[in-house]
Design a protein around this ligand. Structure first.
Ligand SMILES: *[C@@H]1O[C@H](CO)[C@@H](O)[C@H](O)[C@H]1NC(C)=O
Ligand SMILES: *[C@@H]1O[C@H](CO)[C@@H](O)[C@H](O)[C@H]1NC(C)=O
Ligand SMILES: *[C@@H]1O[C@H](CO)[C@@H](O)[C@H](O)[C@H]1NC(C)=O
Ligand SMILES: *[C@@H]1O[C@H](CO)[C@@H](O)[C@H](O)[C@H]1NC(C)=O
Length: 321
């Protein structure tokens, strides 16, 4: 059918050329009038078939098949030169071309136009929302980075929601909460827009829980709080979860390692006094700092706990309870 048309055109061109003293038949051109050749509901694509002169009616083709005027996803202007395509189904994708037929002689037609590839999606996009490092449980002061994944490149506008309220708009697919607070607790999702229209459904939801930095507790590991001189005393600074470093204090003064004082365990959670003397008595406190290297702000969130000190009694017997 197409071959036949092509042959007819060639034949007609020759005929017209001889008939109309060399006047060539026009070659129509299809132009994209709207911004994108890949569309999603509720977007539209607008195409124009430029054919010289007012003497031609236009017929449109998708993959070389004539587009029927009964197709409700297609709107034609009165002269049929403008075609508007509403995104409804993937089957509307294809190469669009046009051709002019002479108004007073339907067997006289132009050459074929160029063909434009149009991609139509029958469904809105579904973005994939993710959180960096799958870090859905964060501490106050830590940062949280979300990514709204769309596998189609375009000039998207990203909308970010917390509990269904817009919390951020961006032109990049990443949204970072620099320093998490209680108010950042909740369910997040994202959506994308372009040309002022949402072309995506809601993404999946990601729940983020922001917790206070836990207060460390100092506990006495060795048995008694009354200690005889030269005994070993173990203190522990306890926190929840991994990745902490600890600093120890006696009477508010920071402690460093000495022959009598050693720090052990991960991050120095344990304080070991191998042989206590009277000078070591006092109030011991510890400070815990989280090693979250993805944040710079967590320092201010560290806290300390306390514990009274053991008393060396050189010549007393300790009492068992
Ligand atoms: C066709 O589209 C062009 C460009 O968008 C516009 O200027 C023209 O008025 C349209 N013609 C009709 C008949 O709609
Ligand atoms: C229509 O055009 C064809 C090709 O130029 C020509 O052979 C034919 O005579 C024309 N018919 C009319 C009615 O003008
Ligand atoms: C988007 O939402 C519509 C309406 O709920 C649904 O029919 C469609 O399948 C969704 N699209 C995707 C890609 O999930
Ligand atoms: C963060 O810490 C991890 C493990 O401790 C390490 O592998 C990584 O290189 C650190 N990243 C930065 C940016 O310091």
């Amino acid at each position: 059918m197409w071959m036949f048309k092509a042959i007819t055109v060639l034949y007609l061109s020759a005929a017209v050329a001889t008939q109309d003293s060399g006047e060539a038949l026009p070659v129509p051109r299809v132009h994209l009038q709207s911004q994108w050749s890949e569309i999603f509901p509720p977007e539209q694509v607008r195409l124009r078939c430029d054919v010289n002169g007012k003497d031609w009616t236009v017929i449109w083709y998708r993959d070389e098949q004539e587009i029927q005027t009964t197709d409700t996803s297609v709107i034609l202007s009165e002269d049929a030169q403008n075609l508007t395509l509403k995104a409804e189904a993937q089957t509307q994708s294809g190469k669009y071309s046009c051709k002019g037929f002479h108004k007073s002689n339907a067997s006289l037609s132009t050459q074929d136009s160029n063909a434009l590839q149009i991609t139509v999606h029958g469904q809105k996009l579904k973005p994939a929302l993710s959180v960096s490092g799958d870090e859905q449980d964060v501490l106050v002061g830590q940062s949280v980075t979300f990514r709204c994944g769309i596998d189609v490149l375009s000039s998207w506008e990203y909308y970010w929601y917390l509990n269904d309220n817009t919390v951020h708009k961006s032109t990049v697919d990443v949204y970072t909460v620099q320093s998490a607070e209680e108010a950042h607790n909740g369910k997040y999702h994202c959506k994308v827009k372009r040309g002022g229209v949402f072309v995506s459904n809601d993404s999946n939801t990601v729940s983020v829980k922001v917790s206070d930095v836990p207060k460390p507790r100092v506990t006495l590991v060795s048995s008694w709080s009354d200690v005889i001189e030269k005994e070993q005393v173990l203190l522990r600074c306890e926190t929840d979860g991994p990745d902490w470093s600890f600093t120890w204090f006696r009477g508010g003064e920071q402690l460093t390692e000495s022959p009598n004082i050693k720090f052990s365990d991960d991050g120095g959670a344990q304080l070991i006094m191998s042989s206590v003397t009277k000078t070591l008595q006092g109030l011991y406190t510890c400070k815990a700092e989280h090693n979250a290297n993805k944040t710079s702000d967590l320092d201010k969130a560290t806290q300390s706990g306390s514990q009274f000190m053991t008393r060396p009694h050189p010549h007393c017997q300790r009492t068992l309870l």
